[in-house]
Design a protein around this ligand. Sequence first.
Ligand SMILES: Nc1ncnc2c1ncn2[C@@H]1O[C@H](COP(=O)(O)OP(=O)(O)O)[C@@H](O)[C@H]1O
Ligand SMILES: [Mg+2]
Length: 229
Amino acid sequence: MLELNDVHTYYGSSHVLHGVTLRVEEGQVTTLLGRNGMGKTTTLRTIMGLTPARDGTIRFRGQSIMGSRPHRIARMGIGYVPEEREIFPNLTVVENLVMAARPKGSWNLARVFTLFPRLAERRRHWGSQLSGGEAQMLAIGRALMTQPRLLLMDEATEGLSPLLRKEIWRVIGEIRAEGISILLVDKNIKALIELADRHYIMTKGRTTFEGSSADLSDNLEKLKQTLAV
Ligand SMILES: Nc1ncnc2c1ncn2[C@@H]1O[C@H](COP(=O)(O)OP(=O)(O)O)[C@@H](O)[C@H]1O
Ligand SMILES: [Mg+2]
């Protein structure tokens, strides 16, 4: 579904991604793990075309998306839940969702509200009035309104209470059950081992580990240093 091969990305003259190679298989949840500053967010931004790669290849559903503009990449079917959520504070929940909506797909307001009953209760609230958990639900709902085949989620449960984290894990399971593939950045290794199919660890701008949940689980002691757990 998504394939990155030896991808290099820079911020100005600062070389940040030094060869990222990873695959997301159709219908699977794949994680991108690693300590802070290792390049996880930059990898997602590179896939979206927000910080374009300078070298390597990126293919989505068999087609190169290297050099494509972010709106085009989104329209091809990649949804993005950014680390900072980026909710419009002066629009309501409904308006935030409708802004993102693309026709020709099964996701609509009703389905997002079924997935997140909490958002339905807050439908007329301003973006600025939402709690951290509600903002994250809205960011996920907004990404679903773009009718994605692949969802990129950055720090999916960062800053959320254990209860809200569980809610996000539930939703990720339901989204996967819909056949949407997911590339997930998060730090809750135990939950991710249960939830996800494959895992990558990034170290200093490179993917340095790739494996199944069983592989990750078996090597956790050895990998502690690269995961900061
Ligand atoms: N806008 C930027 N300009 C310059 N350097 C940046 C910028 N954003 C991130 N970086 C640097 O790129 C590296 C990777 O950052 P990032 O992708 O955010 O890592 P992670 O998401 O794994 O914490 C870090 O060294 C960070 O300081
Ligand atoms: Mg990050």
